[in-house]
Design a protein around this ligand. Structure first.
Ligand SMILES: O=P(O)(O)OC[C@H]1O[C@H](O)[C@H](O)[C@@H](O)[C@@H]1O
Length: 528
């Protein structure tokens, strides 16, 4: 396509939302008129599916649940007055709790104010709060946030060490919808021990955000924690940023959550429109479908050209991959759907892997996220008439062109600046694009059956570890791995036993391995 034709295509497809000052450009996705026409009936169905979902249909049939994250931004569209009231009540509770924490009305036992937050959660109970904190927390927030989002002991130590001197003034948020995720429970137990080691009352510092009647809620109530906030079964973890999961930590950091909700609500209205051309989420879903042939054949590389949006790619990775990565479609056919998502930020990544994007395997499309406002205040010149921000902007345009010239497609999302409204709008845009795309490819975007397999296998390994330790303790003599496996009744799991023992041995957990470590059959194992 020559330059005038490309400029015309750009103008024909440019989407602009006046209220949000938001642009979407899909002109560098090479779909043609025939493709768009062929997709129209599929989109009509997708629009209707989304309408039914918003009206309260069981859009997550496998878990027999409604899908209501859109109601959080506009409680008036909740399907019943009770649900509407629940949403409003929680929002008021978040705001009044936050006001009291900021004023010192709610304070830790030994001092006048909380200064820090330790947020413990994983997956959808971490990625949204982490992204929003990075994107929006003021430089000097009323409370500074820290995260434990794994069961890595060294990672837990590093976070607790940073907080050691301020633990007495740290508010701990335990976030888990199910209230039973082991990584989160482990983080909580370790945090509790850190409090106890300083003779601090953990309960007086702890807040739970969790589903009704979960183990975590029961624990919080029985121990008299500072507060609990509910999570509803109709909000999925990966779409929970606008529930208490995301709003409470954001509000405590001084982020304007009403603006986040307003931006999301505005984008929700814009993405409800039954018209491909006028609906930015539909344009995204159309582009994804085109690029990957409706089968995820190409990866989505997300490149925000703004440091504060770095974690957006990681946030989207869960939203897109956990929602769309499914073995079966809604009719039970095996389809192995999904779109792989990765990315960090531009221009930094241009000095890392963009070489491959330009010249290597053409198995991706890029989404550039452009932010028009460079910074607050004046920019110095780095060359005559040129600022650092001009460079960032030029590098984005240059990469987009260099990729397009080499048959690599891209989408560009443009926002005026990073603020609570635009971040809310971005989250809402992708919520809807994922929902529409799921309808196009006929899958349930709101469950995650595949995650269970790894959890079950991990719990079987921990059971095996207990059995193996018991056998070792009962047995006085050193044994070979195969003898041990036989006595534990697990001859088919000798490799797992070897790995368990190697880990216990390294951590001096009462197991000694003798022999050549790289030759498992030479090893003798005993308890000490
Ligand atoms: O909030 P939780 O119940 O602790 O769940 C935390 C995360 O873990 C699960 O395994 C799911 O795959 C995620 O969708 C979820 O967000």
């Amino acid at each position: 396509m020559d330059a005038p034709a490309l400029w015309q295509r750009y103008q024909d497809w440019l989407y602009y939302h006046q209220g949000l000052d938001f642009y979407l450009d899909v002109s560098r996705m090479r779909f043609d008129h025939a493709f768009v026409e062929a997709m129209r009936p599929k989109f009509e169905k997708a629009f209707q599916d989304m309408e039914a979902l918003e009206r309260g249909a069981i859009a997550n049939p496998d878990e027999n649940r409604m899908v209501g994250h859109y109601w959080l931004r506009d409680p008036d569209i909740a399907p019943t007055p009770e649900l509407r009231q629940d949403i409003l009540t929680v929002l008021e509770k978040i705001e009044s709790f936050t006001t009291k924490v900021h004023s010192g009305d709610i304070h830790p036992p030994g001092s006048s104010k909380f200064t820090d937050i330790l947020s413990i959660g994983i997956g959808g109970s971490a990625l949204g709060p982490e992204f929003v904190a990075d994107a929006l927390a003021p430089n000097v927030p009323p409370l500074a946030i820290h995260f434990i989002d794994n069961t890595d002991p060294a990672g837990i130590d590093a976070t607790i060490a940073k907080l050691q001197d301020r633990l007495a003034n740290t508010l701990v948020l335990i976030i888990s919808k199910s209230g039973g995720t082991p990584e989160t429970r482990n983080g909580m137990i370790e945090a509790k021990k850190a409090y106890e080691s300083q003779k601090l009352d953990f309960a007086a510092h702890a807040v739970a955000i969790t589903g009704e009647d979960s183990n975590l809620e029961q624990l919080a109530k029985s121990e008299g924690w500072l507060a609990t906030f509910p999570m509803y079964d109709w909000v999925g973890g990966r779409t929970s940023e606008m529930s208490a999961v995301g709003l409470l930590p954001a509000a405590l950091q001084g982020i304007d959550i009403r603006q986040m909700l307003a931006g999301a609500k505005e984008m929700d209205s814009a993405t409800r429109i039954h018209n491909l051309h006028e609906n930015p989420a539909a344009l995204l879903a159309l582009s994804w479908y085109f690029s990957g042939n409706g089968q995820g054949e190409k990866d989505m590389v997300v490149l925000p050209y703004k440091d504060s949006l770095l974690l957006f790619s990681r946030y989207l990775q869960q939203l897109v991959m956990e929602s769309l990565g499914k073995e079966k479609d809604l009719d039970g056919n095996t389809v192995h759907q999904g779109i792989a998502v990765y990315g960090n930020k531009g221009s930094t990544d241009q000095h890392a892997y963009v070489q491959q994007l330009r010249e290597g395997v053409p198995n991706f499309f890029v989404t550039f996220i452009e932010v028009l406002r460079d910074r607050e205040g004046h920019s110095p010149q780095v060359e005559a008439g040129v600022t650092s921000g001009d460079y960032l902007s030029g590098l984005l345009q240059g990469t987009r062109k260099a990729l397009y010239d080499n048959q690599r497609d891209s989408i560009t999302v443009t926002i005026p600046q990073v603020n609570p409204r635009t971040v809310g709008a971005l989250i809402a845009l992708y919520d809807r694009a994922v929902g529409l795309y799921a309808s196009l490819v006929n899958i349930n975007a709101y469950h995650q059956p595949g995650v269970e397999a790894g959890k079950k296998a991990a719990s079987a390994i921990l059971d095996l570890q207990k059995r193996v330790i018991q056998v070792l303790q009962d047995q006085g003599e050193p044994m070979s791995l195969s003898q041990l496996a036989q006595k534990a009744g697990a001859t088919d799991q000798i490799e797992a036993i070897y790995k368990i023992l190697r880990h216990l041995h390294t951590n001096q957990r009462g197991v000694v391995l003798e022999g050549k470590l790289g030759e498992p059959s030479s090893l003798k194992v005993s308890a000490v």
